[in-house]
Design a protein around this ligand. Structure first.
Ligand code: SF4
Ligand code: SF4
Length: 372
């Protein structure tokens, strides 16, 4: 049996959905895409990362002779209705802190590579979707997501895990192509609430809800607050509306009791008022892109989501946070949400707080009052 067959068999035995192999030449198409619109990716550089560097493959790792890409299906169980539409599905089951599920499978696969005497590099800096397409295990959607080519009923609910190898393994046929049916007239673009998807295969991360809920600094720009709706952390609307995902989503999948049990910890009113202890022990271990020191970012997102609920039951909790939260971005967003919910109680809370505020929050209160 060839090494390729042994690695494939092992990966499938460990529960990966599919396995593909490709070369280690730089992912040039990815590099060109980043270079074509640098203004949309400057924030990555500002964070100290280098997207193009990860795509250089053989230039960074001259010893590597091939790359294997493993496909993980993260939608094997239902997602709790309380979390859907507020938290992107991929974040609800992220195993990287708990390390009880697919991280174990990856570790076991890396162990198998060691047993086979294969040197490897598993780097999260390697562009995963483009690697999967070049290894023939995924195609693209016009929403920029990777869709399984032969597994998961063709759905996009996948993670791709690229691993460089020092063994020369015959590459599979690449599938760097859009696999959307011609009859779908860009449902993903129409559904994107913020206009981040601005044409087929083009997404502006600066307008994407995902970026704005966990990476963006400061208070969320005014023009995005309403379109961001109830999303608190990430977004998967452009995948949820996609007909390529229907066959998978229409199945009767099992429930996920541990996730159902945790769902209460993530309700927006809980997040707005949570303690540092709740954040560090209940929230952060599952959704960890926002630092433990930045609890205010979570509270600001929760405040904005509550303002978009259209339910004046949330006025008292927003008024309380406007009065006592120490973070001006949280208070500023509470003011916006009170203005959006409106009514005499919201107006009274804004007016009573106004004399105590200046700068950002004073400006937000005045704008909110002008709306009521
Ligand atoms: S919604 Fe339509 S155009 Fe968008 S990714 Fe899905 S099939 Fe393609
Ligand atoms: S994740 Fe949400 S905001 Fe981002 S492109 Fe998709 S639909 Fe638009």
């Amino acid at each position: 049996m060839t090494l390729k067959q042994r690695l494939t068999d092992k990966a499938l035995e460990l529960g990966f959905e599919d396995v593909g192999f490709t070369t280690t030449e730089p992912l040039d198409l990815y590099i060109k895409e980043i270079e074509s619109r640098p203004e949309m990716y400057q924030w990555v550089t500002d964070m100290g990362a280098d997207l193009k560097q990860g795509a250089a493959l053989s230039k960074n790792h001259p010893w590597a002779k091939s790359m294997v890409v493993l496909i993980i299906n993260y939608y094997k169980k239902q997602f709790p209705p309380q979390l859907v539409g507020k938290f992107g599905r991929c974040y609800q089951i992220d195993d990287r802190i708990a390390q009880q599920d697919w991280v174990v499978s990856i570790t076991n696969f890396l162990g198998f590579l060691g047993e086979e005497g294969v040197r490897f590099h598993r780097g999260e800096e390697i562009p995963a979707r483009m690697s999967a397409a070049r290894a023939g295990v995924a195609t693209y959607g016009k929403n920029c997501f990777a869709y399984a080519r032969k597994s998961i009923m063709g759905a996009s609910w996948l993670l791709s895990v690229p691993i460089l190898l020092d063994a020369r393994i015959e590459p599979d046929e690449p599938s760097i192509e859009v696999g959307c049916p011609s009859w779908c007239k860009n449902a993903c673009i129409a559904a994107c609430p913020t206009g981040a998807l601005y044409k087929p295969k083009k997404m502006n991360p600066l307008k994407c809800i995902a970026y704005n809920t966990y990476y963006a600094q400061g208070i969320t720009p005014m023009e995005l607050r309403e379109p961001m709706g109830r999303w608190i952390y990430g977004c998967d609307r452009c995948q949820a509306v996609c007909p390529r995902n229907e066959p998978w989503m229409n199945q009767d999948l099992p429930e996920n009791p541990p996730l159902i049990e945790r769902a209460g910890d993530f309700q927006p009113e809980i997040l707005l008022t949570m303690s540092q202890d709740h954040y560090e022990n209940k929230v952060w271990p599952l959704m960890f892109y926002i630092s433990k020191k930045n609890i205010g970012k979570w509270k600001m997102n929760a405040a904005r989501a509550l303002g978009n609920m259209g339910d004046d039951r949330y006025v008292p909790i927003l008024a309380q946070a406007l009065a006592d939260n120490p973070d001006e971005t949280v208070r500023g967003m509470c003011a916006w949400s009170l203005g959006r919910l409106g009514g005499s109680k919201a107006k009274a809370s804004l007016e009573s707080r106004l004399p105590n505020e200046d700068g950002l929050v004073e400006g937000e209160i005045n704008l909110a009052l002008a709306k009521i």
